[in-house]
Design a protein around this ligand. Structure first.
Ligand SMILES: *Cc1c(COP(=O)(O)O)cnc(C)c1O
Length: 365
């Protein structure tokens, strides 16, 4: 192994399996689970996430970037991969050659994929009020008819992404629109479609919305904020961010810290670990907490690129090579992703995948 800083994250593959089993219990045996692996599998690794989840009972994968689709295939996954629309129309042929199911989300993508010579299985994406990708309601009838009558397509699914997931009434409106779209698709001759509208929070909160497929991402990756993390039996997958102390020293009262951020008012024992915002832990705001020798210790100042300083004045026996936990458990204490999100103001869904993409991953289980 090549030498690196003693700084890493732990990824618990058994937690992925557990979260898939929880999802399966929620949706029942007959609903297809598409594990969403976008953004390099929310920082877990797209290939590992897809492979582990599918072995644990998910039926298919979904992602947005071609690079993630390639990583999933390279991991040996043979199950279907739905590609959320994200590629340029000029790359339609290359997209299909990845071995994915492309998404037709507007007339320009319909035109681009219809020019390819072979028959391709596709999914249709519609907009039921999210205001992002997808055909809008006035376009449905023409889109469905063109897709149904083209010899280039085998339409296998219809999906949309829901907004306002906290608001039952707004969800019901979007659901009604989806049902109307599904009826129009059927009338146009598109039969036996996979119908899918449920991301994680819809899957957890609105079981009646599951259709015959769901596409959760963050619940399988254990990246749920309050109160959703308490509404289903979901475990964190990225369980810790750890490093080791590389210096411990006394600073005299009156010393300045870092880039003149503070002057300390008392003699202080400080310790430094080679972990910083290059590992995805936010630079600001200053402060926060870490665990050393089973004790909670203050982080001093902001994080530097690859260094963080701790106040270890009250820690007995602290020494170089001691493990420091910035996220995760040590002894009786635990720092959760939600704790860091609360302190930094960086939402959990941005924070954990960022740490996951930037820090060195160690897989367990
Ligand atoms: C990200 C995404 C999902 C999954 O969302 P989660 O909240 O992570 O479950 C589902 N569908 C689409 C289209 C997405 O982009």
């Amino acid at each position: 192994m090549t030498l690196d800083r003693p700084t890493w994250i732990d990824i618990d593959l058994e937690a992925i399996r557990h979260n898939v089993r929880t999802t399966r219990r929620l949706v029942g045996p007959n609903v297809k689970i598409f594990v969403v692996c976008k953004g390099d599998g929310y920082g877990i690794g797209a290939g590992v996430l897809a492979k582990t989840a599918i072995e644990a009972g998910a039926d298919a994968a979904a992602c947005s970037s071609p690079s993630d689709a390639s990583a999933i295939r390279s991991a040996g996954v043979t199950a279907p991969i739905l590609l959320y629309a994200s590629t340029s129309t000029v790359d339609a042929a290359a997209t299909v050659s990845l071995g994915v199911i492309p998404t037709i989300h507007d007339f320009s993508s319909l035109d681009a994929f219809s020019e390819l010579s072979e028959l391709n299985e596709v999914y249709i994406k519609i907009d039921c009020g999210f205001g992002r990708l997808g055909f809008t309601a006035p376009e449905w009838s023409e889109a469905f008819q063109r897709l149904a009558s083209s010899s280039r397509f085998k339409v296998a699914g219809l999906y949309c992404h829901l907004g306002s997931t906290e608001d039952r009434a707004k969800l019901e409106l979007q659901l009604e629109k989806f049902h109307s779209a599904a009826a129009q698709a059927k009338a146009a001759g598109l039969h036996d479609l996979v119908l899918m509208i449920a991301s994680s929070r819809v899957t957890i909160g609105q079981i009646g919305f599951n259709m015959n497929a769901v596409n959760p991402g963050r619940m399988i990756c254990g990246i749920l904020e309050e109160p959703w993390n308490r509404l289903a039996d979901i475990r964190p997958v990225l369980t810790s961010l750890k490093s080791k102390l590389i210096q411990v020293k006394m600073l005299a009262a009156g010393s300045t810290l870092a880039y003149g951020e503070a002057v300390i008012g008392r003699d202080m024992l400080i310790a430094i670990a080679p972990v910083g915002f290059a590992d995805g832990y936010p630079r600001l705001p200053a402060g926060g907490v870490a665990l050393i020798r089973g004790q909670r210790v203050p982080i001093l100042g902001s994080r530097a690129t690859e260094h963080t300083t701790f106040d270890v004045t009250d820690v007995d026996g602290v020494a170089v090579n001691d493990e420091v936990v910035l996220l995760g458990r040590q002894g009786e204490h635990v720092i959760t992703g939600n704790d860091i999100a609360d302190h930094t103001g960086v939402p959990l869904i941005e924070l954990l995948p960022r740490i996951g993409r930037l820090a060195r991953r160690v897989y367990h289980g």
